[in-house]
Design a protein around this ligand. Structure first.
Ligand code: NAP
Length: 339
């Protein structure tokens, strides 16, 4: 018999797929939401699960329809759905409104249905933005500064959604608990050809789409370790109000390129080796909107202190090199890299 039922929102997503698999492996019954049931078979196929393993219902973060039905009978909710930055977002509100209103919808229906705990996927984007100084170590005490021009639309959406859901649960949650997992850049093997934008950095390097290596870096975490953190935050006692920064090693793009070159030989032939000096990147930002977007990250080392996740969740992320190599190998196997 299953341990209980868990609703995973946005079951079509990259991280959600791994959370579904981790929950099923841990003996939970799992239901999911997706935006359109037309994708139900494809979502199940990419996860290798049956309709009985993963009942799916339709719900959109921007509408009430479907949420109450989806959560009925569930003991826990993993709220993972949220819009990622994409070419289709025209204004900040295109990201903020679905993230915030969707999170509020989910905690409200969960509370009404008697759910015991909601684990929400927030992000280091709700912690790292708008601070001064080139480099800094961040922790759960940090919140991105919404008044800073350096806080981009995605960071605003994650900050506002996390705060709104926390405040709502504090005021109206009753016995229901709420906590967040705040991952850094999530990489790892792809489950199908539809995967998170976070993998673009490795895909673009392998496909030779980066002219060189600007001084930009990320805290890296593995999607399999992030799924494990979600399961631990759902099952361990005493998680009410908790917030877990989950980041592995910080790597510069030059470090990622060096790992790919040394471990993948010919498959990494298009990965650039030339480091781009900051002045050149600043110059090209004058002409290139995509480069302008990453300018606030230039030379800025954001170290995420994951001690709290290690201590409370027993989180033990694998080495970043292993994650990068597994990401690249899976992209190649899925035919997503030019030969
Ligand atoms: P993803 O694969 O793009 O997943 C995003 C999910 O959200 C998809 O299932 C998407 O549905 C769903 N979604 C977006 N807008 C929606 C809407 N209006 N209504 C209903 N569902 C909607 O990206 P991911 O990387 O797995 O991200 C999952 C979560 O992790 C997000 O909350 C993200 O902010 C957070 N996160 C990601 C990273 C990272 O590096 N990947 C790091 C930190 C935090 P469709 O499939 O229909 O588009």
């Amino acid at each position: 018999m299953a341990k209980g039922r868990v609703l995973v929102t946005g079951a079509s997503g990259y991280i959600a797929g791994y959370v579904v698999k981790a929950l099923l492996a841990d003996g939970w019954a799992v239901s999911g939401t997706i935006r359109s049931l037309a994708r139900a078979d494809a979502v199940r196929a990419s996860l290798g699960v049956s309709a009985a393993d993963l009942p799916l219902s339709a719900a959109d973060l921007t509408h009430d329809a479907g949420w109450a039905e989806a959560v009925a009978g569930c003991d826990f909710v993993q709220h993972i759905a949220s819009p990622l930055p994409s070419g289709t977002a025209r204004t900040d509100d295109d990201l903020i409104v679905p993230a915030r209103d969707g999170a509020l919808r989910v905690v409200a229906v969960a509370q009404a249905a008697g759910v015991r705990r909601v684990v929400m996927t927030s992000s280091v984007a709700a912690m790292y933005y708008g601070m001064t100084g080139a480099s800094r170590t961040y922790s759960e005490a940090d919140w991105s500064d919404l008044s800073s021009p350096a806080t981009n639309a995605y960071a605003k959406s994650k900050t506002i959604a996390e705060r709104a859901a926390r405040d709502w649960v504090a005021a109206h949650g009753g016995m229901m608990e709420y906590c967040t997992i705040n991952p850094a850049l999530v990489l790892g093997p792809v489950l199908g050809s539809d995967f998170s934008g976070s993998l673009a950095v490795v895909t673009r390097m392998l496909n030779g789409e980066l002219p060189g290596l600007p001084r930009i870096g990320f805290g890296i975490c593995d999607v399999r370790d992030i799924a494990a953190a979600h399961v631990a935050a759902m099952t361990l006692p005493g998680m009410a109000g908790e917030r877990f920064l989950c980041s592995g090693e910080y790597l510069w793009l030059a470090d990622v390129a060096a790992i790919l070159k040394s471990r993948l030989a010919d498959a990494a032939k298009r990965v650039p080796t030339m480091r781009l000096p900051d002045f050149l990147v600043r110059l090209s930002a004058l002409f290139d909107a995509e480069v302008r977007l990453v300018m606030p990250e230039l030379g800025r080392e954001r170290i995420g202190d994951a001690r709290h996740a290690r201590d409370r969740l027993g989180w033990n992320p694998r080495p970043a090199a292993e994650t990068i190599v597994d990401t690249a190998r899976s992209l190649i196997a899925a035919g997503l890299v030019k030969r």
